[in-house]
Design a protein around this ligand. Sequence first.
Ligand SMILES: [Zn+2]
Length: 236
Amino acid sequence: MKKLELLWKLEENNVNLDKNLKKLDILKKELETGSIEKKITNINRKLEILTNNSGIIKACIIEQENSLTQYEYEINLLNDKLYKDNITDIRQLEYLSFEKEEIKKKLKEIEIEMIAYMEEDESIESKHKDNVFILKELKENSKEKSSSIKNELKSLEEKVKQEESKIKEIADKLDDDLLKQYNNLKERKHSPIVLIENNICIGCNMRLPTYQLEELKNKENIINCESCGRILYLRD
Ligand SMILES: [Zn+2]
């Protein structure tokens, strides 16, 4: 194989290798900080908050229940005084009745508040259930996903190894000076060797002089673009 052909093959393999190395990098990162892992962390945090809120609401309900018992007790006391004791003082009677109505009002308020708390508790509980379910699904997905990523990684690493040995094989066939020139260009430019299409260097879009095109056709010598310096390659 002519050296220019070898160089072109080398470039093709290098391009593939770069692509696969990038893919490998992305997969490794995905495996480390998978988006599913993040979601699981978020759900766990939400569950913690919900449990916390539910505890607060339950404490409120107990407090309200105690108040209710207390007010019911007070009403009974007042009833006893009103109907069993023989109160003769009309003012005292009026006062006790008034107090009884006030306590009744408070009792009603507490009952309403308690219903609201209970409804909130129910909604927290249902949210909690939903999140536990989502968490379970996510954990299962995460296991599946990470094992599929691991498989992909393995086959990609195999591919990279093959490409690297292929590159070494080609490089061994090229003489040192040409390899040096290629590597120097590779360090400075995106593509060290480029195609010519419609007599134009694809690397810099400059039209090539006719004498260069003739020289390129026999593929014996290495020709660099006069404008960008890249090695030129004419496809058959
Ligand atoms: Zn050029």
